[in-house]
Design a protein around this ligand. Structure first.
Ligand code: GRF
Length: 203
């Protein structure tokens, strides 16, 4: 399967996918990496792996919709089977979802439906939950609201800082992402309402 991965930062989730794809049995290949900003480590990781990269900054476009369309056009050019938002800090819009909807997955560092948005680990710490974790879901028009593919639980320690907790979540997140994307690539998946089933038929 052809993966296009979108990043906005360190790209450790991307790196986990790049490493997994090195095994031909994994069943997927990262064909391009896109970002909404320059000089981030995620782009350097792609370049080191010899993967084509592109940057689409919202500010370069006259409107958010124009950005969304330009992003969709560039991604479409790589003919992806799956688009993976791995630490991508922008919401893709109607045009993008219209083109790839159902084949866009996103990883979120909290147990959905708890703590959606930009500060999942901090919100979990603030709330005082004893367990949190990460969620891989199929992107829909909401914020972190799509049908859930996989989740992984991480304990919150008494002395946790947001950074320490997020780093621990990211360990689980990388494993969840690699395992689930690989399964989707090899077996296919079908979204049926809020349910997602692996396999290629909807029977
Ligand atoms: C991940 O935890 C992702 O879920 C969140 O930000 C982090 C990105 O990490 N949105 P990286 O860029 O993959 O290292």
């Amino acid at each position: 399967a052809r993966l296009v991965v979108l990043v906005s930062g360190a790209g450790t989730n991307l790196q986990a996918l790049l490493d997994a794809c090195a095994d031909p049995a994994y069943g997927a290949r990262v064909v391009a990496v896109g970002a909404d900003r320059d000089d981030i480590e995620g782009l350097e990781r792609a370049e080191r792996a010899g993967v084509p990269t592109f940057v689409k900054k919202v500010g370069q476009f006259s409107s958010r919709d124009h950005w969304d369309r330009a992003l969709a056009d560039t991604v479409a050019g790589f003919d992806p089977d799956l688009v993976v938002l791995a630490g991508f800090m922008k919401l893709v819009g109607e045009e993008f979802l219209g083109r790839f909807g159902g084949s866009v997955v996103n990883t979120h560092p909290a147990l959905s439906p708890s703590f959606p948005g930009m500060h999942g680990p901090g919100d979990a710490l603030e709330y005082g939950v004893k367990v949190t974790g990460c969620t891989l879901f199929v992107v829909d028009a909401g914020v972190d609201t799509g049908p859930i593919l996989a989740q992984s639980v991480v304990a919150v320690e008494d002395d946790d800082t947001v950074e320490a907790l997020h780093e621990r979540i990211k360990v689980a997140e990388r494993a969840m992402l690699v395992d689930t994307v690989g399964r989707m690539a090899r077996e296919g998946f079908v979204v049926d309402g809020r349910r997602v089933r692996f396999g290629r038929t909807s029977s």
